[in-house]
Design a protein around this ligand. Structure first.
Ligand code: FES
Length: 98
């Protein structure tokens, strides 16, 4: 059972999904898809509302940047990473392992 269709994902435009009680930010970068916890590790902000550049997403609230591939916090004020989920892309079907 897929969570999203690949065709529905616009590169650089994150989408927030709910799966198994978690809020997850799904982002397409070129032909790859990444999934991280949607809630910023600094405070209660949705990362899906942030800006994406290359493999980074910037929290709209205080500007912390996270690496979409590793979840690492790259820029203060966030210091803790966000959780990363595996993503399986099979044709048009995108499934987040959450
Ligand atoms: S809530 Fe994301 S940087 Fe502060």
């Amino acid at each position: 059972m897929s969570d999203l269709s690949f065709a529905s994902l616009t590169p650089g435009k994150p989408v927030k999904i709910e799966k198994n009680g978690r809020s997850i930010c799904v982002t397409r970068v070129q032909d790859e898809v990444f999934a991280i916890d949607d809630t910023c590790s600094h405070s209660d902000a949705s990362l899906a509302e942030g800006d994406v550049s290359d493999f980074k997403i910037e929290c709209w609230l205080h500007g912390a940047e996270f690496d979409l591939r590793t979840g690492e916090a790259l820029t203060p004020p966030a210091v803790a990473p966000v959780k990363v989920y595996s993503v399986i892309v099979d044709g048009d079907s995108v499934t987040v392992d959450a």
